[in-house]
Ligand binder design. Structure first.
Ligand code: 5GP
Ligand code: MN
Length: 317
């Protein structure tokens, strides 16, 4: 069984690195930290490497030990969490490629199974939920710190237990974590309800610019680098903007594009409400994701990028 092999590999390894996707969101950060804490329970130290950790998630246990890089050339074991393919593994992909053994833990249906061992469940609403299942299988005691990370990933990737992927198990896990002393209301407030001032300013700009297309079934808005500089935006401050469009009555697809510095193009975020499979749309455009939340990168200026996306969506809306 994959999980037995994963545990074996962990036990054998000395130098372990944990990696996740670029622009890490709550589930990415929380999955990485959950793994680090769990490995400690197994008597192993591990490096967590990622791009800048968004300020919102720096309250999580062990967040202060996240690194941007290390001097280690070759790890015994690399564990990738919440990333669908090697291209998505942030700046750390070199650590993944050079590692002697590779483990992939993820919940994207587009996962390319790029590890030696892949523990992937596309039905799971958060990577943290898969990690919890795995840790229970390993008989690891879920103490408050570990539980706090796990619930943070579940809360952020389900939009606070709102999205369709949420199942009875999600609530059972939440109840279990509550019993172990995890302060769910506090995590909920910190991870989901608290915005930085710059995030508020960016959201205001983006909503002012929002356009309604196709009889109000599509919303489109954008942010460029200049906007981010003006409001002094930091990593993660754009999170939540795409949901503004999605939450408007009559809207099926919300599109938010954000200029990627030095890349001559835009990072695209797509969300849908009921019937458009945005993972398919993103896949057509070179990206991927989930049925109701997906993304990709498209080269060009705002108009060019917008036209490319709208052309794809018009075929399915
Ligand atoms: P977000 O819009 O929050 O950046 O991403 C939504 C979902 O789409 C996430 O599950 C994320 O992993 C996935 N996603 C976003 N951008 C890309 C991309 O460029 N490639 C792939 N494969 N998935 C992406
Ligand atoms: Mn996730």
């Amino acid at each position: 069984m994959t999980l037995d092999s994963i545990l074996e590999e962990i036990k054998k390894a000395d130098k372990i690195v944990i990696l996740t996707h670029e622009n890490p969101d709550g589930d990415a950060v929380a999955s990485s930290l959950s793994m680090k804490i769990a490995l400690k329970e197994l008597g192993k130290e591990a490096d967590v490497i990622m791009d800048e950790c968004p300020k919102t998630y720096r309250f999580l246990p062990e967040a202060k030990n996240i690194k941007k890089e290390t001097e280690i050339e070759e790890y015994d074991l690399a564990i990738s969490v919440d990333a669908s393919d090697l291209k998505r593994v942030a700046g750390g992909s070199r650590y993944f490629e050079t590692a002697k053994r590779k483990i992939v833990i993820d919940h994207h249906s587009s996962n390319t199974m790029f590890g030696d061992y892949n523990f992937v469940n596309p039905v799971s609403p958060a990577c943290c939920e898969i990690i919890l299942e795995m840790l229970k299988y390993f008989n690891i005691d879920i103490k408050t710190e570990l539980g706090t990370c796990i619930i943070c990933g579940i809360i952020t990737d389900t939009g606070g237990f709102q999205y369709s992927g949420v199942n009875a198990e999600t609530f059972e896990f939440a109840a279990e974590l509550l019993r172990t002393g995890v302060n769910i209301p506090q995590v909920y407030k910190k991870a989901l309800k608290t915005k930085t001032k710059s995030s508020f300013e960016l959201t205001r700009l983006a909503t002012e610019r929002m356009e309604f297309l196709e009889d109000g079934k599509i919303t489109f808005t954008y942010i460029n680098c200049e906007d981010e500089k003006r409001v002094n935006a930091q990593e993660g401050d754009h999170e939540g903007i795409v949901e503004e469009g999605r939450d408007i009555e009559g809207v099926e697809v919300s599109i938010f594009i954000r200029e990627k510095e030095g890349a001559n193009g835009y990072k695209v975020s797509l969300r849908s409400n009921e019937y458009v499979n945005v993972a398919d749309v993103a896949l057509m455009l070179g990206g991927g994701g989930h049925i109701r939340a997906a993304g990709c990168f498209i080269a060009g200026n705002v108009e060019e990028v917008k036209n490319k996306i709208i052309t794809e969506i018009k075929q399915v809306i």
